[in-house]
Design a protein around this ligand. Structure first.
Ligand code: DGL
Length: 256
């Protein structure tokens, strides 16, 4: 039904960056955001462990009668999007690093994909690389520390953040674009921009994912026109207050 909410989940709080875009594009929808912070990070877990968590979360969403589920997590999508699509009848919207967008910026691009260890080693990403690495140079950079800092509420520690980002930048030699292939990394967009030369693009999949969600709901005649609420859930309830602050923080992000 069009008045039913949309479920959005992540391994923790990174998916709030996706929720923020969803609120802008679909202001009249109701959302349930579920962060799995008790089990964070997913990036260093096995595919089987992540699949088990995602099934538990999506079973719960279905019991809440959501009309669609957004996996606001590249890692969870890599691990089990096909399993989830087979299991449920409602639309399951996944995410993957927006490598195509970066490759379309010009010929012979040098691109660093920042993501979790699991995303970068999974078959799904290998297939994505295969489509583009003949014509472009692609570097894989796992950035686990950038997940931890968000979960630990340390985004205000500017000096430490700049030092950490610089460490990862040193692993990505001169590039045209950095692809933020993990939803936690969107919170660093402004800080990263300050450290990069002006002509380096920062690319993410948040807007593309939500536009895809909008298309699907539209095709199914399921767009809501009088909602607008958010229900907050977290497997670690102590993270709810931080979650709300992170949604506000996303308002300060400067998009290109
Ligand atoms: N936010 C997640 C992603 O987009 C992963 C973070 C983690 O749990 O390691 O990949």
């Amino acid at each position: 039904m069009e008045n039913d909410p949309i479920g959005i989940f992540d391994s923790g709080l990174g998916g709030i960056s996706v929720l923020s875009v969803a609120k802008k594009v679909l202001p009249q929808e109701d959302f349930i955001f579920l962060g799995d912070s008790q089990y964070n990070p997913y990036g260093t877990k096995t595919k089987e462990e992540i699949t088990q968590r995602c099934i538990a979360i999506c079973d719960w969403f279905v019991a809440q009668h959501v009309k669609a589920i957004v996996i606001a997590c590249n890692t969870a999508t890599s691990a089990c999007v096909d399993v989830l699509r087979d299991r449920y009848e409602i639309p399951i919207i996944g995410m993957e690093p927006a490598l195509k967008v970066a490759c379309e910026k010009g010929p012979r691009q040098h691109i660093a994909v920042w993501a979790t260890e699991l995303t970068l080693k999974e078959q799904k990403f290998a297939r994505l690389m295969d489509r583009f690495d003949d014509e472009h140079t692609i570097y894989r950079v796992p950035c686990p520390q950038l997940v931890r800092i968000v979960e630990e509420d340390r985004l205000d520690q500017e000096t430490m953040i700049a030092r950490t980002l610089n460490e990862y930048l040193h692993q990505s030699p001169k590039v045209n674009s950095i692809v933020l292939g993990c939803t936690h990394f969107l919170f660093y967009r402004n800080a990263l921009k300050k450290l990069l030369p002006q002509d380096v693009h920062i690319v993410d999949g948040n807007w593309g994912t939500i536009r895809h969600l909008e298309d699907i709901l539209n095709q199914n005649g399921q767009l809501n026109d009088h909602g607008g609420g958010i229900v907050w859930k977290n497997t670690d309830p102590s993270k709810i207050e931080l979650s709300k602050r992170l949604l506000k923080r996303m308002e300060e992000i400067i998009w290109d």
